[in-house]
Design a protein around this ligand. Structure first.
Ligand code: KG4
Ligand code: ZN
Length: 346
């Protein structure tokens, strides 16, 4: 490790789902390269990610992507100071490819290696570039997870709430599918909603007044399925109105519960990450509420919001700075519980 940590180079690999990603980071924020090879088109015909197809393609794409990342960064493998890969949560066969491949690189180069929690990558991404993580309420809204956390600093995470069924992104994708939109439909649905009437239909705001910070999004998906059976589009009105009314309900719950959580914990900073953090209404509503409540809201930038390796490298650099590393026998940990057991509260 370099004497000045801000000069150290970390190469990170992300293969938890259907994106193969490699990034090289100098210190905490000097992105030298960040490449993502998406398999979305390969999985689209199946309407979801097929684990075996994902792992086979990660294996096929990784070596060339690592070469391209080194070339784009203008460095050679021997100049890399540390290696990191996503260890979980995610699809087991997909994680196995990235973790094993990266361990091999680190072992061959005799450099340190770290297995990174994918959710920690998302969680810290709104603060990309900073050498310290402020106390904040973190909302992770991705295709696989919806989590609300109280973050007291790097490594001090307390899960406050989570979805009891579908993740927010999953709900967007499933409703998009019901509407006949291409997979994954979250971003397309968001664009259509911009031209719709959010008051056209009243869809349920599940668990808005549940008295805790958990979420549930399967009810609204079912409500929309019944709605479409009774009032098929376009006869009952434009598809844009269904998109806007659905988006309004989901975003209302996410924003109101997160703001209430910040209030309860007397926390003035909020960080929002994961693919759904790119949602236009979500951003507008958070910014509006933040102004009213005098809060600072940080969003992951678009390239850091969906799965990428720069966020994994950023989380790894913080871990390395805290003296952490993984042993060579580190296993993949596909379930989320690793995050919970790792959390340090207090
Ligand atoms: O964070 P991410 O890459 O996935 C996981 O790690 O799980 O996020 C992907 C999810 C997908 O469900 C996608 O439809 C959703 O984020 N998404 C959006 C938008 N852009 C991406 N959902 C709503 N509005 C958007 N603009
Ligand atoms: Zn993710």
């Amino acid at each position: 490790m370099k004497a000045d940590f801000r000069e150290s180079l970390c190469l990170a690999v992300e293969t938890s789902c259907d994106e193969t990603a490699v990034a090289i980071l100098r210190g905490f924020g000097g992105t030298m390269s960040s490449l993502v090879s998406s398999q979305v088109a390969l999985h689209a015909p199946f309407g979801g990610v097929v684990p075996e197809v994902a792992s086979r393609n990660h294996l096929h794409d990784l070596p060339a992507l690592v070469e391209s990342a080194l070339e784009a960064a203008g460095v050679e493998l021997r100049q890399i100071d540390s290696f990191a890969a996503t260890g979980g949560p995610g699809l087991a066969p997909a994680l196995l490819v990235g973790l094993s491949y990266t361990k091999g690189l680190a072992l061959g180069a005799r450099k340190r290696f770290l297995s990174v929690n994918h959710m920690e990558g998302h969680l810290l991404s709104p603060f990309f570039g900073r050498d310290s993580i402020p106390e904040h309420i973190g909302l992770i809204v991705s295709g696989g997870h919806t989590l609300l956390l109280h973050v007291r600093g790097y490594g001090r995470y307390q899960i406050i709430g989570r979805t009891l069924d579908d993740a927010a992104g999953e709900a967007f994708d499933k409703v998009a599918k019901l509407l006949g939109l291409p997979y994954p439909g979250g971003a397309v649905l968001d664009r259509l909603a911009e031209n719709g009437n959010p008051d056209a239909f009243q869809f349920p705001r599940s668990m808005l007044h549940s008295g805790n910070f958990d979420f549930s999004f399967s009810g609204i998906k079912t409500a929309i399925r019944y709605h479409l059976e009774n009032f098929p589009v376009p006869a009952c009105g434009p598809i844009e109105d269904v998109c806007a009314s659905f988006r309004e309900a989901v975003v209302d719950v996410l924003v109101q519960k997160t703001i209430a959580c910040a209030r309860l914990h007397d926390c003035k900073t909020i960080g929002i990450s994961g693919g759904v953090s790119a949602n236009q209404l979500l951003q507008r509503k958070f910014l509006h509420s933040a102004e009213l409540e005098n809060l600072n809201v940080f969003f992951a930038t678009p390239s850091l919001s969906t799965d990428n390796a720069a966020m994994i490298a950023f989380a790894a650099q913080h871990a390395f700075a805290h003296g952490a590393h993984s042993e060579w026998d580190a296993e993949i940990t596909p379930s989320l519980e690793w995050f919970s057991s790792k959390e340090k509260t207090g």
